[in-house]
Design a protein. Sequence first.
Length: 452
Amino acid sequence: MYESLFNRQRQFYQSESTRSIPFRINALKQLKRSIQYYEAALLDAMKEDFNKGEAEAYLTEIGYAYNDINFTIKHLKVWAETEKVKTPVTHIGSTSRIYKEPYGVTLIIAPWNYPFNLTVAPLIGAISAGNTAILKPSEHTPAVSRVISDIISFAFPEKYITAVEGGIETNQSLLTLPFNYIFYTGSSHVGRIVMESAAQHLTPVTLELGGKSPAIVTRNADVKLAAKRIVWGKFINAGQTCVAPDFVYADASIKEELLRHMKYYAHKFYEEDVRDGKYMRIVNQKHFERIGALIHGDVVHGGHTDPSTLTIEPTIIDNADFGHDAMQEEIFGPVLPVLSFTSLDKAILDVRDLPDPLALYVFTDKKSEAASVIKAVPFGGGAVNDTIFHLANPHLPFGGRGNSGMGKYHGKYSFDTFTHEKSILHQTTCFDFPFRYPDAKLFAKMLKYFWK
């Protein structure tokens, strides 16, 4: 169905137009101008799809895109330079270089939770590396998807960059094509399908998935500040964030104090928005019902749901355990179970037994505790004494491992992800050592000396 579109992009890529650094920089500038032109429409679309307010939309989606484009334009020339590397003495007379080469025609499949940001962020990497791209925005946020299509068609010819709207059938059709790279953000379940489809063409992939990201709070934490930052990180975007704290694991000695502060900040930050109908809603009926079914047990804050607006009040569940329904899957909504431990070593073992999460947060003023958690638990990335904010640092790679994904991006790492590093040895023709050839035993002795 999309084969002709794919072939047009492949033909355009093979013309080598996209390889020019000035072409890439101009494309990034054109993308920024197009976003600016459609900014008001984008804000309206986010409001329409899930009641996202202007301030939050700018903070987490539009402003982030502008910053990413500016950062990439500033550094692209250096990133794209051919890199000269060392050559061992066994290769005397030669030099070694790494050439930065685009992959070709790329596919970017975006999720619905940050529908603009998580479409544009990988696109910036694809453009900066010199690729063409077909974007598949989420069908669950149709208003934003329409504006994304408008932004892309305003900025680029479809033979270079284009957006394709549609549902599961569209994804399935696109995944049959022999793309040179696929970048997918979404659930682990669909991630497996994407990887299986990519394997048919041996297409490399980046999978940005999710998981149950813990927030571990030790007895040595600044408890009030921990509560404030956990509540903000969890309930922003109505909890529909892949790196939101999915559960709190607190030392039993400070848990009650932590809960008291968490309830205070949940009320302070979000009560007015909930009351006035300004709090973000859940993306659709299916997810609303799924998340609502998780609200039971010792609900100490929130718990109210409104089917007419698909709104779920920020909810905290105390005295949860690993058998609670909210602990069986990634919540992806404004429900936060709180568990307690009496031994940090035991807590580390408990978390390590779970599938590798995309993020982990540890709250402590004791460096040795933070180091123990970071060293012992496998996870994608995270923060000490904060949540989510690590995403805003373009110098840090963002990505998961195991069940939470593979590959990385953000800043230079986005460029690297969409770039093939071609290793080339440049050998001299001024002389030729005879001992390197099969009739010279000296060469073997020399290698043994240098490599032993």
